[in-house]
Design a protein around this ligand. Sequence first.
Ligand code: ITT
Length: 209
Amino acid sequence: MKRKKYLIDLPFITGNGNKASEINDILHQYGINIIQKNLSIDEIQSDDIREVAKKKISGIPASMDFAIIEDSGIFINALNGFPGVYSSYIYNTIGLNGILKLMANIENRNAYFISIITLKFDKKIILFEGMVKGRIGEKIKGNNNFGYDPIFIPDGNDKSYAELSLHEKSMTSHRKIAAEKLGEYIKENIDKILKKVNNKDKTCVQQLG
Ligand code: ITT
């Protein structure tokens, strides 16, 4: 059967434009166009990133029935997973230099990023997860991308994520793995989604070809 071609707008509730650009870059191949919505939603504190994600998505306006959020963070093995769910706060307080100081004289520099993309659709909540392993560099390297990228060196690479272009980073990132799972889900369920998307959210669907 010949598949329909479509271009669908998917609202992404986030204050972080870098996350929106990366997910948009990854999802374009699936006919999905990310629309960033900077709404403030309460975030609960929990040591479990999945719990944070589930609570956060339940705080989005009830009228939005096709939308995503993303929770992510960097987990450093020698620091028992710190900063993890506190990554955003720690980045804004002690910053990259603070992390490098905490890591001084620590030999095991293994770390990983996690991305949980949470989709709300048809009153259901679905989590898509991605993880990438790497290590904390000895110093800050590169200006590209955002957050912890200048101190994160993915496995199999000598360059930090901040020394790669957005597109190069997105070939291996935690966000790519999670976003592609979401893209596959939308592709498989596209007929249902096209029927149900709520135009009150200004979700826009174009049938192509
Ligand atoms: P929203 O909650 O509004 O989406 P945020 O930036 O606060 O935006 P999170 O709560 O998910 O997002 O915090 C994740 C933090 O982890 C983020 O601010 C970065 O500091 C860091 N982070 C996540 N993914 C990253 C990546 O790919 N590269 C570098 N740092 C990343």
